[in-house]
Design a protein around this ligand. Structure first.
Ligand SMILES: NCCCCCC(=O)NO
Ligand SMILES: [Mg+2]
Ligand SMILES: [Zn+2]
Length: 348
């Protein structure tokens, strides 16, 4: 049991992601996934003296490409300049996809490549998105290194988030799947089994897909019913994994209005599954859009429930990396995210 306070990893480069648009309800709105989210959490970490705050080390592309395909990474690196070179007036937004009966091949044109490499249209790209996404992955990998070097737990204050990103798809405000990159880094460093627990309101579709046929990484997500909310096309309870991975994916789905008293039953099921799996490390994809006042979600967790969540996770007794995912009530995001860490550290 490590008595030392939990370290937080944060990069000011998150602010290089500052898109002006998000397609929502037929309008281009101010994006929910905005810089003040990370700044508010950072301020709360400092206000609560949670622990030391570190800037990330540079890990390069190799650990990213252990999860994401080289062509996808290359696409993200040049997307904005390709879009500008094509003379487009606005931010880069995908608008065309291969529907049923069409071909999944990689077009030359930037509009075609935006569609090929995404699954949703709300996630605009502009200048600095690449740099911010790379920094977010470095934040996650620095937290993983802290834990691998002996810390009991570390908080990767990631922005942009990652759990919706597939091996070669962006969407849901995500580009690099930070939680998956951390899990794969643990595996590459000899941790035989890793569990990823996604407590974000939304299904971690990217994380599920990346490890779906593998038994060495257990993926679990609690989330709003995909029949009703994003990501709509994955995250149902009958998705159990495939091939070698069958039995190593668990989705726990809840309806609108779900309070912590109900949600925590799913958390208990998840924790019991993790205990049976006996992993060598735990990655928690931490979204706090489960909050009762979150503008885009429909669960009813209260701020104090995040203390309980942290306490429960600590009881697993595993080396733990938290990767920041969603949460859009910016006034409350700092208290809610840091409550998880303080609960983990024993605060009730
Ligand atoms: N209308 C798009 C909603 C994207 C989901 C964002 C999120 O918080 N995922 O965890
Ligand atoms: Mg989730
Ligand atoms: Zn979310």
């Amino acid at each position: 049991k490590d008595p030392r306070p939990m370290k937080t990893v944060f990069s000011p480069l998150h602010s290089r992601r500052h898109v002006r648009t998000e397609l929502d309800g037929g309008l281009l709105i101010e994006p929910h996934e905005k810089p003040s989210r990370a700044e508010t959490i950072l301020a709360r970490v400092k206000d609560q003296a949670l622990g030391e705050i570190l800037e990330p080390e540079e890990f390069g592309l190799a650990p990213i490409q252990r999860v994401h395909t080289p062509d996808y990474v290359a696409f993200l690196e040049t997307c904005w300049q390709d879009w500008l070179a094509a003379g487009k007036p606005g931010e880069a937004i995908p608008a065309v996809w291969a529907g049923r009966g069409m071909r999944h091949r990689i077009p030359k044109d930037i509009d075609g490549r935006l569609g090929y490499y995404s699954f949703a249209a709300e996630t605009s790209i502009s200048e600095g998105t690449w740099e911010a996404a790379r920094a977010s992955a470095n934040v996650a990998l620095t937290a993983q290194k802290l834990v691998a070097d002996g810390e009991r737990a570390a908080f990767a204050l990631c922005r942009p988030p990652g759990h919706h990103a597939h091996a070669d798809l962006f969407g849901g405000y995500c580009f690099f799947n930070n939680a998956a990159i951390v899990a794969q880094a643990f595996r590459d460093q000899g941790y035989g089994k890793v569990a990823i627990l996604d407590v974000d309101f939304h299904h971690g579709n990217g994380t599920q897909a990346i490890f779906y046929d593998r038994a060495d990484v257990l993926t679990i997500s609690l989330h709003g019913d995909p029949d009703l909310v994003f990501p709509h096309f994955l995250g149902f309870e009958d998705e159990l994994g495939e091939g070698t991975g069958e039995g190593y994916n668990l989705n726990i789905v809840y309806p609108p209005g779900t309070p912590y008293s109900t949600w925590s039953q799913g958390l208990e099921t998840a924790c019991e599954r993790i205990e049976v799996f006996k992993p060598d490390a735990l990655v928690v994809a931490l979204g706090v859009d489960t909050f009762e006042h979150d503008p885009i979600s429909f669960f009813k967790l209260a701020s104090e429930d995040y203390l309980s969540l942290g306490q429960r996770l600590a009881q697993l007794g595993l080396p733990t990396v938290f990767t920041m995912e969603g949460g859009y009530d910016v006034d409350a995001i700092g208290v809610n995210a840091v409550n998880v860490m303080q609960g983990f550290e024993g605060k009730s």
